[in-house]
Design a binder for this molecule. Structure first.
Ligand SMILES: CC(C)(COP(=O)(O)OP(=O)(O)OC[C@H]1O[C@@H](n2cnc3c(N)ncnc32)[C@H](O)[C@@H]1OP(=O)(O)O)[C@@H](O)C(=O)NCCC(=O)NCCS
Length: 194
């Protein structure tokens, strides 16, 4: 499988896929940031095309078919210490996710992984997750983390199969377009640096 660094011109695919991975929360947040004539997707594309911030194409690895991105994983090291300045300044739907992130300081965090529906079941996400582990090791990090909705059975099963274990949970805060209720689960995996 050819896994490569994302390019700035992949931003439109990244915005679409991160919204899939984020269960519609990104779209909901972007819809609150639009100015006249802009759509939520426009905001997502602008943000994916930035050089900095977690949701930047510079943190994404992709699988392509021609020029089309068919699978994407966004990962980076979480701050250590992970300090939350003021939880009240963070949109309510995101708060449980930020609190869970703060419980895994210094880990290599898989912020998002998604495969186009037409390309699922071919090992793309599995390949991207293994690639992220290799990237973590290169950066000297031996602990992976991610957050999944407890009701997202397919993704959760994939992570369990790869050796991730649930460490903490917090209830999902409802939002328009919310796909899954239940809890957000912080999952962690220890890597062997050998
Ligand atoms: C979860 C997701 C990323 C998996 O992507 P994928 O590229 O299909 O994953 P893989 O091909 O590596 O398969 C993972 C497992 O799911 C099974 N599977 C996944 N999608 C399938 C499909 N459409 N049909 C059949 N099986 C599927 C595979 O058989 C595999 O199981 P196995 O390891 O026991 O063989 C993908 O379903 C997706 O993008 N979902 C929406 C976004 C999302 O929920 N992201 C995760 C948020 S935490």
């Amino acid at each position: 499988m050819d896994i490569q660094n994302a390019k700035k011109e992949d931003a439109k695919y990244l915005a679409f896929l991160i919204n899939l991975a984020g269960e519609g929360i990104p779209h909901y947040l972007w819809s609150g940031m639009t100015r006249s004539g802009e759509t939520p997707s426009d905001i997502g594309i602008q943000r994916a095309g930035r050089e900095d911030g977690g949701f930047s194409y510079t943190n994404a690895r992709v699988v392509k078919e021609g020029a089309d991105v068919v699978g994407m994983l966004l990962s980076y090291r979480l701050d250590d210490p992970y300090i939350i300045d003021n939880l009240d300044d963070i949109p309510e739907v995101v708060r449980p996710l930020v609190v869970l992130e703060s419980k895994a300081p210094g880990t290599w965090y898989v912020n998002a992984v998604a495969t186009l529906a037409s390309h699922r079941g071919q090992g793309i996400a599995t390949g991207l997750l293994k690639d992220a582990e290799a990237k973590a090791i290169v950066h000297g990090v031996t602990r992976m983390s991610l957050i999944v909705a407890s009701e997202n059975q397919l993704a959760r099963g994939l992570y369990l199969g790869l050796g991730y274990e649930t460490r903490e949970t917090l209830p999902v805060v409802d939002y328009p377009g919310c796909l899954h209720g239940g809890s957000w689960e912080l999952m962690v995996k220890e890597l062997s640096a050998a």
